[in-house]
Ligand binder design. Structure first.
Ligand SMILES: [Zn+2]
Ligand SMILES: [Zn+2]
Length: 162
């Protein structure tokens, strides 16, 4: 059950982040949301995060079916996303990003600072796309292919003349 939810969870999380951005940029909206709803949103977010992890434990048929036939050429267009995904392998970079997120979160109620916070929230949404793309197209990720295990298996064109 949670695996099915997990398949769609990143998309739902993007929606949650979108709602947070609206609440940040338009404080009137944020103020109108009752605290109980915010707690409910937090609970939903945690459940979705759990569902994402459950989804990753096994190969998901939905993901396989969602792959386009020309997956490798589609993957070729996602070079930036693959690079961003691997940026987070660096603990220094991940820690730095976390500090930026927490730091700008403190500005959430600042009249100008809140736009910075909204921007950082937008990067969170982007990272969800990065995450999904990298997970689905990992066999075509240039960094995964070159680094780590040597699973270099160049697909040789079958020669007709032998
Ligand atoms: Zn899936
Ligand atoms: Zn990779």
């Amino acid at each position: 059950m949670s695996r099915v939810v997990g398949h769609y969870a990143p998309g739902l999380l993007v929606t949650v982040v979108g709602a947070l951005i609206v609440m940040t940029v338009v404080p009137v909206v944020g103020a109108a949301v009752p605290v109980i709803a915010l707690f409910a949103l937090l609970a939903v977010t945690l459940f979705l995060a759990y569902a994402v992890l459950a989804h990753n434990r096994q190969l998901c048929e939905r993901c396989v079916r969602a792959l386009p036939l020309d997956a490798s050429s589609v993957a070729g267009r996602y070079g930036l996303r693959f690079r961003v995904a691997h940026l987070f392998e660096s603990k220094v970079f991940a820690a730095f990003y976390l500090v930026v997120v927490l730091g700008t979160a403190l500005l959430a109620t600042h009249p100008i600072g809140r736009y910075g916070w909204a921007l950082v929230q937008a990067t969170l949404a982007y990272l969800l796309f990065v995450y999904v793309t990298h997970q689905r197209y990992q066999p075509w990720c240039p960094t995964c292919r070159n680094g780590g295990e040597e699973i270099e298996a160049p697909i040789r064109p079958v020669s007709v003349n032998g």
